[in-house]
Design a protein around this ligand. Structure first.
Ligand code: MG
Length: 358
């Protein structure tokens, strides 16, 4: 199996290369990184890929994925959109870790998948779980998707206290070790909003049949309720190497180096209703989802800019939803945006949020 790993120096990319080095008969033919050249050089020496790309413009070059049987897209944010479209047009099997592309352009991507056709295997732990639960069942018999959420570090914070949190508080996620952007997205819970949208587009389930449930232990990665009332859920350790490996070896399962889950050590599993009042970003994501069209591009672009500003200590944590809300209010929705519309709305939104954040 020949693999291209796009975004190889990030959190998912490095875990994926760790998984690949333990798999038999897998070779890396392409690697791409944004700017971590030191790590990329180490990876080149170890995996000897035929094609390497650095930076977001080289990422769009199709030679990087042309020879691959499988393309792992682990690029963060909007930058993942064009490589995803390229991989679909080349009819590849795609292991998708980038959720933003589906948020920004879900309808467009689904149209392309039907046209070419290509195949997407989700890497996001919740969506990998849902994919595994649906496997072998009739998708028409799904009555509900149950998307679990740890609730992040601020689940029990009073809203007042949120105005004082700093970057370090946010980067301490209780259960998962992840990249910086997604850790902030998890703390605001816009990540869970993105994941509802991602599930809607991946599995064709309407929004009113996707329920978010707080599950602080993060052991149940998600579940599916069927028409007879049975719930099938997937459980596992909070280690991204598991969903990554499943996406790479699907439909087979092979031995993993991750320590097996011991249920008696876990002891208890808790589930709570999501109280959205601490999480305005989640609410904004859900309202953008209902409006859909180009509003979803605005949601993502405004969030990407706001999160970078927060990580650079330029704005406070509670300013993130305020900037997104302003950008959404200003936007005139395009119902069925094409790729050009999406690119334009993305760059206009970025400019606007940069301006109002000053
Ligand atoms: Mg997830």
């Amino acid at each position: 199996m020949k693999i291209s790993v796009l975004g190889s120096t990030g959190s998912i990319g490095t875990s994926a290369l760790d998984v690949i080095s333990n798999l038999k008969n897998y070779t890396v033919v392409g690697l791409s990184a944004n700017n971590n050249k030191t790590l990329l050089n180490k990876q080149i020496n170890k995996f000897k890929p035929k094609y390497v790309a650095v930076g977001s413009s080289e990422l769009k070059d199709i030679s990087l994925i042309k020879e691959a049987d499988l393309v792992l897209i682990a690029v963060v944010g909007f930058a993942g959109l064009i490589p995803l479209i390229n991989a679909i047009k080349l009819k590849k099997r795609i292991a998708l870790a980038n959720k933003e592309a589906l948020v920004i352009a879900g309808d467009l991507i689904n149209k392309l998948i039907r046209k070419y056709p290509a195949e997407i295997i989700p890497v996001d732990s919740e969506h990998s779980a849902i994919f595994q639960c649906i496997n072998g069942n009739n998708p028409e018999e799904i009555s509900k998707i149950i998307l679990t959420a740890s609730g992040g570090p601020f689940r029990n914070y009073p809203y007042k206290k949120l105005s004082k949190v700093c970057v370090n508080d946010v980067l301490k996620h209780p259960t998962w070790k992840m990249g910086k952007k997604i850790t902030v997205d998890s703390a605001t819970m816009i990540n869970k909003g993105f994941e509802v949208i991602e599930a809607h587009y991946l599995f064709g389930v309407p929004y009113d049949k996707i329920e978010v449930v707080i599950h602080p232990q993060s052991i149940v990665h998600s579940g599916v309720e069927f028409t007879d009332g049975s719930i099938i859920a997937q459980l596992g350790r909070t280690d991204m190497r598991l969903p990554i490996q499943y996406a790479l070896t699907y439909p087979e399962r092979v031995q993993s180096t991750v320590k097996k889950l011991n249920l008696t050590e876990v002891g208890k599993l808790e589930f709570f209703k999501l109280s959205a009042k601490n999480f305005p970003c989640f609410e904004l994501a859900m309202s953008a989802a209902k409006i859909s069209g180009s509003m979803l591009t605005v949601l993502n672009a405004a969030n990407e800019v706001a999160v970078m500003k927060f990580l650079d200590n330029k704005i406070s944590f509670i300013k993130i939803p305020k900037l997104i809300e302003k950008a959404m209010k200003k936007h005139k929705v395009i119902k069925n945006p094409d790729l050009e519309d999406i690119i334009e709305v993305d760059s206009e939104t970025r400019k606007y949020v940069e301006e109002i954040a000053r």
